[in-house]
Design a protein around this ligand. Structure first.
Ligand code: 13P
Ligand code: 13P
Ligand code: MG
Ligand code: MG
Length: 363
């Protein structure tokens, strides 16, 4: 069994929150090289999406391994040192805890992990987003694994015709529920159509139960009291065979869906698919980005990456995202561009209400 772990954190932006300084990637690579040399990792790839550092690792330690999480934590600490020396913006931003306590979950960084038996051909797609929250995966996951207008394999491939199950997390009440698609899609959509509260954590093949997709929802948990986390989430999807084809997995992103995040984590904006080198959200700190690194696994080795959105067939998604961004920007501080009061990451509401105390009178 091999485990694929993607652990990510924002440990300092360059310039502002727009991108990543190459020294951070270089430092992370040094650490990973060493861990691979010591046999802890089978393989690794270090990359970024916007200002988020992404550690993609294969190993035999299983999910939630203290050694793997500690390695990631130590790398983020080392990179935070580099970021502080360069006075990068928000150095150590996602290092919410002072000390490592066995598992990186709930400490700031985001985690998605899956353990599986490598198939004869094992294409995996690692999606990474910046300036948005984990609910952003709900619509794409629904389209990949439950919508025949997106995934024709659900209709005409025998090994996908029984559908998939979706584990949905209620980030406010801190509980979960599993839905079977296609039978229960109407019930499921009531929940996952509200992505600020309900996030799809994982998807499994039916009836085999084989893991198909896993997302990160960690910061949402951490901040569950406020449920405002714009955690710049990641998503791992296995592809081909009994899972959707690579093109079926990528297809949902041809529509730049509206997501929460963007400037100060307090706006709605279109999710723009782009190549990794173009994931530099600058206009109004956005629009939100999604990138995808594709790999073929061989004995746990990561053959790749291929930069999956580096393809002119996604140009129209860029164009539509820019049109939507332009339209939304004209709303300035008004909803629905600005998020509803209770979902903004930044707010002055308590101070303003305090100032207005005594000035309200009954209607
Ligand atoms: P990040 O979460 O990517 O650091 O973005 C912060 C922000 O609020 C940008 O406006
Ligand atoms: P800071 O300058 O405090 O990061 O806030 C502005 C911003 O970019 C939102 O994160
Ligand atoms: Mg940042
Ligand atoms: Mg970010």
């Amino acid at each position: 069994m091999i485990t694929l772990s993607v652990i990510k954190a924002d440990i300092g932006g360059y310039v502002g929150h727009s991108s990543m300084h190459p020294d951070l990637i270089a430092r992370a690579q040094e650490y990973m090289e060493k861990a691979k040399g010591q046999g802890l990792l089978v393989d690794f790839h270090v990359t970024r999406c916007g200002d988020d550092l992404q550690l993609i690792m294969t190993h035999e330690q299983g999910e939630g391994s203290e050694r793997i999480h500690k390695l990631a934590w130590d790398i983020f600490l080392a990179c935070t040192d580099v970021a502080k020396k360069l006075k990068l913006h928000g150095a150590g931003q996602d290092m919410l805890s002072d000390a490592f306590s066995g598992n990186i979950k709930g400490m700031g960084p985001g985690v998605a992990e899956m353990q599986f038996e490598e198939r004869g051909s094992e294409p995996v797609l690692v999606f990474m987003a910046d300036k948005t929250s984990s609910g952003a995966w709900n619509m794409p996951l629904y389209k990949m694994f439950a919508d025949p207008f997106n995934t024709i394999g659900l209709v005409i491939a025998e090994n996908m015709h029984s559908g998939f199950s979706f584990e949905v997390h209620d980030v406010k009440e801190h509980r979960k529920v599993v839905f079977n698609a296609p039978e229960e899609i109407y019930d499921m959509l009531v929940l996952i159509g509200a992505p600020s509260r309900y996030a799809v954590k994982c998807v499994r093949h039916r009836p085999s139960g084989e893991i198909a997709a896993v997302s990160s929802t960690d910061k949402l948990y951490k901040m569950a009291g406020r449920y405002v986390g714009k955690d710049d989430p990641v998503l791992i999807v296995r592809s081909q065979g009994e899972f959707p084809a690579v093109g079926e997995v990528l297809e949902p992103f041809a529509m730049p869906q509206m997501v929460q995040g963007w400037m100060r984590g307090s706006h709605h904006g279109p999710l723009m698919p782009c190549s990794i080198s173009e994931s530099n959200p600058t206009r109004f700190d956005g629009p939100p980005r999604v990138v995808c690194a594709g790999f073929q696994l061989v004995g746990g080795k990561l053959i790749g990456p291929r930069d999956m959105f580096d393809d002119p067939s996604f140009d129209e998604a860029w164009h539509q995202a820019n049109l939507a961004a332009e339209y939304l920007r004209r709303h300035g501080p008004f909803e629905p561009h600005r998020l509803p009061l209770e979902e903004m990451e930044y707010t002055t509401m308590p101070q303003v209400m305090k100032k207005l105390e005594g000035r309200f009178s009954p209607l």
